[in-house]
Design a protein around this ligand. Structure first.
Ligand SMILES: Nc1nc2c(ncn2[C@@H]2O[C@H](COP(=O)(O)OP(=O)(O)OP(=O)(O)O)[C@@H](O)[C@H]2O)c(=O)[nH]1
Ligand SMILES: [Mg+2]
Ligand SMILES: [Zn+2]
Length: 337
């Protein structure tokens, strides 16, 4: 890339609404403002590389450089607006606690979101110290079965010295990584351990429930000594997947996709069609029924992508009446009666 006179390349290190900070090549942090033209139609995300011009006490952002990966989720609002969580990530740590937050369906949703981003997923199971060794083994096996070769890391707060070692392969110089996952699962705790100080706030949650409160409220990037960048994100309340590609969904559900190739009908929905290999695998105990349920939920949500709320309503109605040949047919049937 060719920089003009006093232009410099920076990376966005903090985003809170329309307020930004960027770091320069020496990892010094500066306030940043978008130039007039950009302000109207650009929202930067943590991890973005930009071209800017240093001013007296801020950096004027002139240009967003192409994103090599984009982690985004779909907002539920009217416009079905995709919200960029972070950009240019190499690895995304899908963080889930082994106690109350443990939920395989949610893990599937995150995995799909990450495959869709262009970054590589790594599953991080936290709070191993809070469950029995038996339950740990069982849950690890369940995750491994769903994860198709995605690396799985297990952490426990009482073994902090292990954290650096197990994360080292993903934190090589200049690599960008991010932690995502529900609130209270221990993302900031891990970032703190990796940074080696207590720069980020974590909050104690009551011993009897791990419904963590939103401690982290901004998306911020931290730089390790070797130049690796770690992004901490606030816990995501609901993981929207509308708009993720079919390929990303399929990558998370290779077991079902493979089975579906054996179904008698190529467009089998795995509901009550004859010769359905997916249903057969469930009946034979080879596939957990919850897998199919979470796959089908994702498929339904994906269909709503890009639709206005009115169209979504209509699509839902169509689905409800699918068994009677669609809403229009249903109305016709009513009229005839
Ligand atoms: N027992 C135990 N507690 C942990 C572990 N990791 C984190 N915690 C605790 O869980 C609570 C929440 O941790 P945070 O790191 O703030 O969680 P977070 O994922 O950053 O949460 P948000 O910022 O709200 O998204 C804190 O009280 C931590 O001390 C662990 O491995 N074992
Ligand atoms: Mg946090
Ligand atoms: Zn089928």
């Amino acid at each position: 890339m060719h920089l003009q006179n006093n232009e410099q390349q920076y990376q966005v290190s903090l985003q809170a609404q329309d307020n930004y900070k960027v770091i320069d090549s020496n990892h010094q942090e500066h306030l940043a403002k978008l130039s007039g033209q950009l302000r109207a139609n650009l929202r930067l995300a943590v991890g973005d590389y930009i071209v800017g011009i240093p001013q007296q006490d801020f950096v004027l952002v002139k240009q967003l450089l192409p994103r090599k990966s984009v982690l985004q989720r779909q907002n539920s609002g009217e416009a079905q607006h995709a919200q960029v969580i972070a950009a240019n990530l190499d690895y995304i740590f899908i963080t889930m606690s082994l106690n109350q937050d443990f939920n395989l369906a949610r893990l599937d949703r995150y995995t799909t979101l990450v495959w869709d981003s262009g970054a590589s997923p790594v599953i991080v199971l936290t709070k191993a110290d809070l469950i029995s060794p038996e339950l740990l083994a069982e849950r690890q096996a369940q995750v491994a079965e769903n994860a198709f070769g995605i690396p799985i890391l297990v952490t426990a707060q009482d073994q902090p010295e292990q954290v650096e070692t197990i994360f080292a392969p993903y934190l090589e110089a200049e690599q960008n990584v991010a932690f995502v996952g529900s609130s209270g699962v221990g993302k900031s705790t891990l970032v703190n351990l990796l940074l080696g100080d207590n720069a980020i706030k974590t909050k104690t949650i009551r011993a009897d429930d791990d419904k963590g409160r939103h401690t982290t409220t901004t998306r911020a990037l931290y730089v390790l000594a070797n130049g690796a960048k770690i992004i901490d994100t606030p816990g995501i309340r609901a993981v929207g997947v509308a708009g993720v590609s079919q390929a990303a969904t399929d990558q998370s559900f290779q077991d079902i996709v493979n089975l579906a190739q054996q179904c008698r009908f190529s467009d089998c929905q795995h509901q009550s069609e004859p010769g359905c290999a997916v249903k057969a695998a469930i009946a034979a105990g080879q596939l957990a029924p919850e897998r199919l349920v979470s796959y089908q939920k994702l498929q339904v949500e994906r269909q709503y992508d890009g639709l206005s709320s009115r169209q979504i309503e209509q699509t839902k109605v169509e689905r409800l009446f699918k068994d009677v040949g669609g809403f229009k047919t249903f109305k016709k049937t009513l009229k005839k009666k």
